[in-house]
Every structure is written in C-alpha cells, then in structure tokens.
Write a protein that binds this ligand. Structure first.
Ligand code: HEC
Length: 187
C-alpha cells in the first residue's frame, strides 16, 4: 500500500516533469544533431515546426519532433496530408514509427518521432512572431513584379510548387523560401 505521502511525492514529481518538457518552435531552418557536441547531423528541421523540449543544457537543447511521413520517405510533414515541411532526414529507417493515420484521400501516413539536439538560440516560445517575420519577408519580396497574391488564394498544398517557381524569381535563399512558405500555408 502506498502512503498518502508517497502518493503526494509521485504527484509532485509528475508535475515537475510536465513543466520541464514543454513545446517550443524552431525559429530558423536548423540542423538537428545526434549528440550534444553537434558533430553528426540527423537532418534539417524546418522553421516554425513545433518541438517538445526534453532537456536543456545551457546553449544546447534536446528536442523531439513528431510528424508524418509517407512510407519510405525521408520527408516528414507537420500534419498528415498537409505538405508543410517539418523535418528532412536521409532515411525513413532512421525514424521511430509510433502510429499511422489515413488522410481524407485514403493515403496512409506514418507518425514518426525524431529526437536530437539543437542550439537553444534556435527555439522560440511564440510561433506567431516567427510567422509574422515570414509575412514581412513576403510583402518585401513577392510584390515587385505583380500585386501580392493573397495567402488564401491557394490551399496549403499548392503553395510549395508556386514557391519552387517564384523563389528563384525573387532571389530567395533556402531559409527565406521556407519561412515565406510556412507563412503562406498557415491559414
Ligand atoms: C521577378 C518577378 C517576380 C517576382 C519577384 C515574383 N514573381 Fe510571382 N510571378 C511572376 C510572373 C512573371 C508570373 C506569371 C508567370 C508564371 O506563373 O510564371 C508570376 C506568377 C505568380 C503567381 C500565380 C501563379 C498561378 O499559377 O496562378 C503567384 C501565386 C506568384 N507569382 C507568387 C509569388 C510569390 C509568393 C513571390 C515571392 C516569393 C513572387 N511571386 C515573386 C514574377 C515574379
């Protein structure tokens, strides 16, 4: 039998843990590393993706990203059936599969978890501030040749191919393209 005191201790320890593991957002495309020394990279984690912070050791944080990938795909998206980039590794076999989900088109998506280390400076608490900087960039770079297109003009899954065409026109870097893409897809 557990005493009241033991139960109380378990409750307090549980509460402390849940406060420590919290959600943050990647504020710039970044490499996710296998180890704290940041020697071996697992792949690229995309701007505005949500991660769970597991532990923090000064300038380095251990994080976990949960996303959705088609079978055998190294590309992991934020949601099943929505082509919002979350993580890009090199091999589906590296991912830990925790479940499957079927989208509205009957396509099966694998829910995968990727754990690794990033610089703490690449984490932000507020996703809106990140998306707002995407809006500023979009307004500065996408209205030179034609009127600015409204984000609702295209569904989230169409914006990536438009940006594949327009990023070279606007001279965007890979990071700038990813940020504008996330802003336009968030509807
Ligand atoms: C250097 C000029 C230039 C810049 C800068 C530019 N565009 Fe365009 N855009 C074009 C031209 C020309 C077309 C029409 C022909 C085409 O679709 O390629 C176009 C067409 C489009 C269309 C319509 C596509 C369709 O299928 O109806 C969208 C949406 C668009 N641009 C978005 C953007 C975004 C977002 C940016 C910023 C990343 C951007 N453009 C920057 C020249 C530009």
């Amino acid at each position: 039998m557990l005493t009241i005191k033991q139960l109380l201790m378990m409750f307090i320890m549980g509460a402390t843990f849940s406060v420590a593991a919290h959600a943050e957002y990647i504020n710039k495309n970044a490499m996710l590393y296998k180890d704290q020394n940041q020697k071996e990279s697992l792949g690229k984690i995309y701007v505005a993706s949500q991660v769970k912070v597991l532990s923090q050791n000064g300038s380095i944080s251990e994080v976990e990203f949960t996303g959705f990938a088609p079978e055998d795909s190294p590309l992991v998206y934020e949601k099943p059936g929505v082509l919002m980039m979350g993580f890009e590794g090199s091999d589906f076999a590296d991912y830990k599969v925790i479940g499957t989900q079927v989208d509205e088109y009957d396509t099966e998506w694998f829910e995968v978890v990727i754990k690794g280390y990033v610089s703490t400076a690449l984490l932000s608490e507020d996703k809106n501030t990140i998306l707002q900087s995407g809006k500023v960039l979009f307004e500065a770079r996408c209205g030179a040749c034609h009127d600015l297109h409204h984000k609702e003009e295209f569904v989230p899954n169409v914006w990536p191919s438009i940006l594949d065409n327009m990023a070279p026109q606007a001279g965007l870097s890979g990071d700038e393209k990813a940020l504008i893409e996330k802003f336009l897809q968030e509807q």
